[in-house]
Design a protein around this ligand. Structure first.
Ligand code: ACO
Length: 470
């Protein structure tokens, strides 16, 4: 790195450390410290709300979210430190393997990612579809499933998963559903299961093991960049073997090498989105994996879940909202009208965080970084975002604990990186694929098929009538 590049990168580090300091000053004493290192004693008592709120589905060592105090860590490392000092490559290794790589491990891992960037067969398949007319997330999901053909032989008979480990897919057949006598609450019966052998990585087949995870982490960016280009009627760029994960992604999307700042900002954004507890898309991937499907199908489901406007799709909507508000002067009236109409403002609120999302604490300053030199349009976007934040937080923070979430400023950051709003959610997937694969891999070591129940509120003993009697 030349001295200018080094200086630029140092400024970003300082910005992140400042955000960490502000967070610490605001949070003060942490209310709830996690208990670590203790295996849970199942069954676990927990209060479950609608949307599985409060439900504990599994144990995990991958990441920790404390929504009361606004804390996030991956494998025990604070998110601020990871953003300040590491790279996306290090972070995805950390998520998958549980420790930060030493220099040999990092070199090997980086080389694997470089090798897996090249996916001619997948791109050829992708280009046989009208990608330019498709929703970008739909195209990404399709491309991810095509990657499966590139890597796996799971469809061949000898590579089918070992069903001796499987547990019944439909446990309604063993007296577990709410008894049909109108109880208001589900009755839970946990049978003692015979101890299952924990799987090692080497036990997992090609399409579920570590190599497939590396393949997906390296390949989803290639597909995302190809979709960006194809949507503009352009041919995808060949990946570069020299560039970092973030720099190569930027290059494949924009057709030029990023500046040091652009590379670092994109890298930090990727780190920030890499994992986040049992969110909807992670859970979707895990549910699919738990059926002993494979990790390509799992990641495809994660992409599908991420697409929704209540989840990853919010970042694109934030930008449309900011454009609709138009200027900081309109923010107050816009928020009043929106709340009066009981509309949710994209980029605010979170199922877990009832305080400021730590990721937004970094993305906010990144969005504003050196904005004085920006075009008037971008400056207006940033000041509109700041004013809208003040209005929403002013109206909703105290009563409803609504603050900006990760999606609020990510759109502004990506816009400054020259990325089209339609690609914001795919970019989220590019990063989150590390969390999806890490959690799926962890879960597969002691897999049990997911099978919650519904509280049946329907009728019983209905008398069947022939069609002409109805
Ligand atoms: N704007 C205005 N009011 C809101 C918002 C918002 N963005 N979010 C929640 N509220 C209000 C709700 O109207 C509700 O009010 P009420 O009690 O008077 O009915 C209250 O806060 C609780 O909201 P819920 O929807 O019950 O909260 P939940 O935890 O189920 O939902 C969610 C969280 C889906 C993120 C929600 O806040 C939302 O829809 N936000 C906007 C979309 C968004 O930004 N999604 C991205 C989330 S981050 C991510 O997935 C990567």
């Amino acid at each position: 790195m030349n001295s200018d590049r080094h200086q630029d990168s140092t400024e970003i580090t300082e910005l992140i450390l400042k955000a960490a300091e502000n967070a610490r000053a605001e949070i003060g004493v942490v209310t709830k410290q996690p208990t670590t290192g203790k295996a849970a004693k199942w069954p676990i008592d927990c209060n479950i709300g609608p949307g599985l709120e409060g439900a504990i589905a599994c144990e995990s060592k991958v990441g920790y979210v404390n929504g009361t105090d606004g804390l996030l860590s991956y494998r025990g490392y604070d998110i601020f430190e990871l953003c300040a000092y590491s790279t996306y490559e290090e972070v995805s290794f950390l998520l998958l393997h549980g420790h930060l790589p030493n220099s040999t491990e990092l070199k090997e891992f980086e080389q694997k990612l470089v090798n897996y960037r090249h996916m001619n067969k997948t791109l050829r398949l992708l280009m046989s579809f009208p990608v330019e007319e498709m929703n970008a997330m739909a195209a990404l999901r399709m491309g991810t499933i095509f990657m499966r053909q590139e890597f796996t032989d799971i469809d061949r008979e000898q590579a089918k998963p070992d069903l001796s480990d499987a547990i019944s897919a439909d446990e309604d057949s063993i007296g577990m559903e709410t008894k049909p006598s109108g109880e208001q609450r589900a009755i839970y019966e946990f049978k003692k299961k015979k101890k299952r052998r924990k799987k090692k990585d080497s036990d997992l087949d090609d399409a579920s093991g570590l190599e497939a995870c590396y393949h997906l982490i390296a390949g989803v960016p290639t597909i995302t960049a190809a979709i960006t280009r194809l949507r503009h009627g352009l041919m995808p760029f060949e990946p570069s073997n020299e560039l970092s994960h973030a720099a190569n992604l930027f290059y494949m999307m924009n057709g030029r090498r990023p500046t040091a700042i652009e590379e670092r900002v994109l890298d930090v954004a990727l780190i920030l989105h890499a994992d986040h507890g049992m969110n909807a898309s992670t859970f979707a991937s895990m549910v699919v994996a738990s059926t002993m499907s494979d990790i390509y199908f799992s990641v495809g489901s994660g992409i599908a879940a991420l697409n929704g406007p209540l989840h990853g799709g919010a970042n694109e909507r934030v930008l449309h909202t900011l454009r609709e508000v138009g200027s900081p002067d309109n923010a107050e009236a816009w928020v009043k009208k929106s709340l009066a109409e009981k509309k949710k403002v994209p980029g605010f609120g979170h199922r877990v965080y009832k305080t400021y999302d730590p990721r937004a604490r970094i993305l906010g300053p990144l969005a504003k970084f050196r904005c004085l030199g920006c075009k008037a349009d971008i400056q207006n976007l940033i000041s509109t975002a700041e004013q809208l934040e003040q209005e929403v937080v002013g109206s909703l923070a105290q009563e409803k604990k609504i603050f900006p979430n990760v999606d609020y400023y990510s759109g502004v950051v990506y816009t400054r990186l020259g990325i089209d709003p339609s690609m914001f959610t795919p970019l989220f997937a590019v990063s989150r694929v590390a969390g999806w694969t890490a959690r799926v891999l962890e879960y597969m070591h002691n897999n049990r098929i997911f099978r919650p129940r519904a509280l049946y509120t329907g009728k019983f003993n209905q008398v069947f009538k022939q069609v002409d009697e109805r």
